[in-house]
Ligand binder design. Sequence first.
Ligand code: ATR
Length: 271
Amino acid sequence: MTLRAGVIGWPIEQSKSPIIHAYWLDKFGIEGIYEKIALSPDGFQEGILDLISKGYRGANVTIPHKEAAFQICDTVSERALKIGAVNTLVFEDGKVTGDNTDGYGFLENIRSSLENWNTETGPAFVIGAGGAARGILWALEEAGYKDIRIWNRTVAKAEALAEVFSETTTPVSGDLSDAINGAAFLVNTSSLGMVGQPQLEINLTGLHPDAVVTDIVYNPLETDLLRQANSKGFETVDGLGMLLHQATPGFEKWFGQKPEVTPELRELVLK
Ligand code: ATR
């Protein structure tokens, strides 16, 4: 019996997830299919029921459905509950279970990219307060940061997220280049710097001398932020690994094998 799963979005053509899962299916020799599934917001719930009736094992969920997916779950993981959104659905016995692996993917990427990730060097600093920022805040708490600062163009959104993660996180406002003073871990979760979007205007001079700089934008792979950080001698981590690592829990649930993120997979997705 062919095992089926896929990625649901609107639009979905741009998704790289099928490349990742096809690579692992091939590696393990599993008879499975992972496909792109276009569902409009109006047709989301009905589309899910249709997939269940066809025997799908589950699906990844991407923009704009992560909150709607959260709503339709019978049960969700603790981290999905904290993040308030779901990117991985498992269908079993007619029930829907939801998880959010974005923060996990971020954590695994940083852990596997840095030889020594010291979360005690100084505060972490998050740029942006959209959907992606929630997963990153979860990850930074999980990593052990006690002082996380969040900055966003729309200050009210940073304030709202800081309330959700109130044990660790405080909103900051004002000039971004000043606000990052002393930060030891900087992550851009906004869409700034992505192909077709405006650049992130920032001067990194005030960062802690041992700061790590990372971007969840991976197109381009080396964003202006990472280029500036590299040129100033800061350690950097690009955003592609997060995409690869967030895919592993879903694959394991649907196809029964624990996959690995390899340099070969990275090259394949980059092509
Ligand atoms: P995602 O789910 O990818 O995080 P999102 O929820 O639309 O997407 O959030 C996009 C983030 O990029 C937000 O933090 C947004 O800032 P606002 O909350 O002020 O909208 C940020 N962003 C997008 N375009 C921006 C721009 N031109 N200048 C500053 N911030 C921008």
